[in-house]
Design a protein around this ligand. Structure first.
Ligand SMILES: Cc1cc2nc3c(=O)[nH]c(=O)nc-3n(C[C@H](O)[C@H](O)[C@H](O)COP(=O)(O)OP(=O)(O)OC[C@H]3O[C@@H](n4cnc5c(N)ncnc54)[C@H](O)[C@@H]3O)c2cc1C
Length: 865
């Protein structure tokens, strides 16, 4: 056996160093199999653990299954010094070549704290798990509580051969194996957490409720006992941390509704025994601190290596992998958690992650304080390294405060790819849709290309959009609301670099733009402009992506997929001349400028565009425009440079031939952006919906689009795909509502139960999901029909989607608001703004009644045929 060195105190053990991980460094560091269950280190010599081997032999022969009845040899040796429950290897021979091995674990001799060395509990949990679950644990044979056998209670268990990895960075493994080992680690933890304690007889194994609260008090007491007068100095930040933790205990900590949950209490990679050759766990060890409680504490504890390095030493920063660099092949913290959530079916812990990590660090700091105190007293069994424990403890406290101070600690959702796509999380549907759209084949199963884009988009949202929402909102409510947040422009560049740019541009329109603007050059020859023309997607393909952008009101413009720009660009692509395209379409495609569409007028019912009164009169080589517009979305944006104005060039011709559309540079004299309008109090700064007046505005005649009297024709073209985009985004808005609703329902307790347990909520939630899925299918169908049949023949289905989508989103968001109580109507969540936006789309996208009229007319026409 190799020599033993102290590595790190076990942060779960009340005695700390008494439970220190002792390592056979040679065997393990080179990654070779550690050939015994728990490394044999020292001969059976330690005086406090002496006992009569012959009595033990007799007892074992009578009580241990398969133990040789007449052994020819029997030896006992002790595993690594320092374990809080002394552990021994029993080797028994019953013939020249027949040797059997067992492991015995006992309480320490002498006076002990009963609660700290409860081998009876270890035996109980190992037996329950071994007999009834697939959690890999060594098989236990017998528990002996008769002190006359070896002096204290003990149990005997199976001896397993395998590997223990003592360094969580797994330096001895290649990147692929590291990944596999961590995946297995998270799956094993999930297997423990999935155990139904009632059905395996562990329902009385501990108290579930108020676990964190009790733990905080326990470790706070320990810290106070180890520091202060005539002891090591107290660290004021530790006292503040205790207070912070008391104030931030997660709501579900007191929930009985979650039922009793098994907690390992010391779950970390070096308590797992891996198969000698395969990357799978064959035994979870060290159950001394197992109990019932809050399982997220186990999860956070098992992730601490990302935040801190717990090994003691000189001149250390104690900084974890997030600072020192994540080794190749290693999952990020979010990926590790995603695997765990996927395997356990637990909700994504972003909301309370600060607490759980801070709590684990606090517990560690308290243990280190104890170790340091004992070192000063001269009785630390961790040896000389314990002299660093004081500094290490304070470093953990500093890390906790640094972590608490971070803007974000986890993305709002698990990262796409790996386990997250299979996540059972939240029952929110966000991951459910990932499940069904990524599996098998069928009409609505997107191609691999779309799935790749979708995953990249999801990651972009997690990494860049959700974390910035609060910041963008803050600026939009400040005095500087009509300016652009610099980060928005940075994100646009990033989206462009990542190929998440102009994805809305349909394949056929892109082909036309390529022809006119780039003389038919293909993507490759376009070089740096290669993604200006989108990704060559159909409307159906874009639907899967647009939906994701709809989850945040801030997202679409970052990808240059926001309204009204997409509709305006579509007009320019389809109906613009080469010159018009060069002047306006290119900067729009590049995202350098923005645009507005000015049709609606305050004095006439604008849902019937034949009422429009704005005049566009030809004078020589120019047109003179006079009129009042309102609700010109985007006109307040400082980047807005071009308006497409709808007006009448001939008040006398046929009803649908009077209207024309013309391009107007907003800087043209006579254009007055008068004031922003607000929607339920939201002025949507810096985008805005403006009142605009045109007073003798003179523009070149070449600014007319398609020709005089062609306004209606263009409107039909513009409002096809462009308006379906609203429906796609509304699906995303509703998904966000579902997700927030479910998260809230799990957390919030009313009248003794969580909202998630209230019957009325359950039925409402289910109905929301049904409506959302029906609407999603309708929107996908409409997009598919536009691709296959063209915009005109798809108009009935598009009209249905336009009515169904905002109405569905309103219902879902309204329900989500209700579940949030007063917070739901405030600006504390994204719900109120999403709801307000969805409500406008029952009007802004053409009133429901107009679409219903279209649907009904088609239905009647069909019946006549
Ligand atoms: C947030 C927001 C953004 C907007 N952005 C733009 C923009 O960028 N550019 C732009 O030009 N306009 C924009 N609009 C205006 C929008 O297009 C119009 O509000 C819409 O076309 C309806 O016109 P109206 O407001 O004049 O309502 P009206 O035409 O006066 O209609 C009022 C109501 O009459 C009823 N009605 C209408 N037609 C029928 C029918 N056939 N049968 C039965 N009842 C009917 C409906 O209940 C309808 O809501 C926006 C509006 C909002 C709220």
């Amino acid at each position: 056996m190799g020599t033993l060195t102290f590595m790190s105190p076990c942060l779960a053990c009340p005695k700390g160093e008494g439970h220190a991980r002792l390592r056979p460094e040679i065997d393990v560091l080179v990654g070779r199999t550690v050939d015994i269950y728990w490394t044999v280190s020292q001969p059976f010599t330690e005086p406090p653990h002496r006992f009569d081997e012959s009595v033990l032999l007799r007892y074992a022969a009578a009580n241990v299954d398969g133990f040789p009845a007449s052994p020819t040899g029997f030896s006992v040796s002790q595993f690594g010094h320092g374990q809080s429950n002394p552990t021994f290897l029993l080797e028994v021979e019953s013939g020249p070549s027949l040797k059997k091995r067992y492991v015995l674990r006992k309480k320490p001799s002498g006076e002990i704290l009963q609660s700290a060395h409860a081998v009876e509990r270890e035996f109980q949990v190992l037996k329950a798990l071994g007999d009834h679950t697939d959690v890999p644990v060594p098989k236990v044979f017998c528990l002996c509580t008769d002190a006359s056998v070896i002096g204290t209670a003990f149990y005997v268990m199976e001896y397993l051969e395998g590997r223990i990895f003592l360094d969580p960075k797994l330096p001895e493994l290649c990147p692929n194996r590291r990944k596999a080992i961590y995946k297995e680690t998270s799956k094993t933890l999930a297997a423990i957490h999935r155990v139904d304690v009632n059905s395996v007889g562990l329902e009385k194994f501990g108290r579930r409720e108020n676990y964190c609260k009790r733990q905080i008090e326990r470790w706070a007491r320990q810290y106070l006992a180890s520091t202060g007068e005539s002891k090591p100095e107290r660290y004021p930040k530790m006292l503040e941390l205790i207070e912070w933790l008391r104030q931030h205990i997660p709501l579900d900590d007191s929930s009985e509704a979650l039922g009793p949950c098994l907690v390992h209490g010391d779950f970390r990679i070096d308590n797992l025994l891996f198969h000698p050759n395969e990357d799978r766990v064959i035994g979870v060890l060290d159950w001394e601190l197992s109990t019932l409680g809050n399982q997220m504490c186990d999860v956070a504890y098992s992730s601490l290596q990302y935040i801190v390095d717990l090994s003691l030493g000189d001149e250390k920063s104690y900084r974890g992998l997030e600072f020192t660099g994540i080794p190749e092949g290693f999952p990020s913290q979010a990926e590790y958690l995603a695997e765990y959530c996927s395997a356990s079916g637990k909700p994504w812990p972003a909301a309370d992650w600060k607490f759980y990590i801070a709590f684990s660090l606090f517990r560690g700091a308290s243990i280190f304080a104890g170790v340091f105190h004992r070192w000063i007293l001269g009785n630390a069994s961790a040896g000389d390294l314990a002299k660093h424990a004081g500094k290490a403890g304070n470093a953990l406290v500093d890390s906790a405060w640094e972590f608490i101070g971070r803007k974000t600690v986890l993305p709002n959702h698990p990262p796409p790819g790996q386990g997250a796509l299979r996540n059972h999380q939240n029952e929110s549907g966000i991951e459910r849709i990932n499940q069904y759209i990524t599996q098998g084949s069928g009409k609505f199963v997107p191609s691999q290309k779309v799935l790749d884009l979708r995953n990249r988009l999801l990651k972009f949202m997690e990494d860049h959009i959700y974390p910035m929402e609060a910041e963008f909102n803050k600026l939009a409510q400040s005095d500087a609301r009509w300016t652009i947040h610099p980060e928005e422009e940075n994100l646009k560049q990033l989206a462009k670099q990542e190929g998440l740019w102009n994805l809305w541009l349909p394949l056929d329109s892109a082909a036309r733009a390529r022809e006119l603007l780039f003389d038919g050059m293909n993507h490759v020859s376009l070089g740096k402009d290669s993604n200006l023309l989108g990704a060559g997607l159909s409307n159906l393909e874009y639907a899967y992506l647009c939906e994701i952008m709809g989850r945040s009101v801030w997202a679409p413009q970052v990808f240059n997929c926001g309204a009204p720009d997409t509709g305006n660009m579509e007009v320019l692509v389809r109906y613009g001349t080469k010159e018009q395209q060069k002047e306006w379409l290119v900067p729009l495609l590049e995202g350098h400028i923005r645009s507005g569409f000015a049709m609606t007028e305050p004095q006439v019912a604008s849902s019937d565009a034949t009422n429009i009164e704005c005049s566009i009169a030809r004078e020589g080589d120019n047109y003179i425009i006079n009129g009042e517009k309102w609700w010109t979305s985007g006109a307040m944006d400082p980047r807005c440079r071009i308006l497409i104005v709808m007006g009448k060039t001939d008040f006398t011709s046929a009803k649908h031939k009077q209207q024309s559309m013309i391009l107007v540079d907003v800087t043209t004299p006579g254009v007055k952006i008068k004031a922003p309008l607000s929607v339920f109090g939201y002025d949507d700064a810096p985008h805005g919906h403006a009142e605009v007046s045109f007073e003798n505005v003179c523009v070149p005649a070449s600014n007319i689009l398609l020709g005089e009297g062609r306004g209606f024709e263009i409107a039909q073209g513009r409002l096809g795909p462009g308006r379906l985009h609203h429906c796609m985004r509304l699906i995303g808005a509703a998904e966000r509502g579902m997700q927030l609703m479910v998260e809230r329902a799990h957390k919030r307790r009313v009248f003794g139960k969580s909202i998630a347990e209230q019957g009325s909520f359950l039925s409402d939630l289910a109905k929301c999901r049904i409506e959302l899925e029906m609407t999603r299918l309708l929107v996908l169908e409409a997009a598919d029909q536009m691709d296959r049949l063209g915009n005109k023949r798809a108009q009935g289905t598009v009209a249905m989607a336009k009515v169904a989508a905002p109405n569905m989103a309103l219902k879902v968001l309204d329900r989500a608001i209700q579940v949030h109580g007063a917070a739901g109507v405030s600006s504390k969540t994204a719900l109120a703004h999403l709801w307000a936006t969805a409500r406008t789309l029952r009007i802004a996208d053409g009133p429901d009644e107009v679409h219903l009229g279209t649907i009904a007319k088609l239905e009647l026409r069909q019946a006549r045929l």
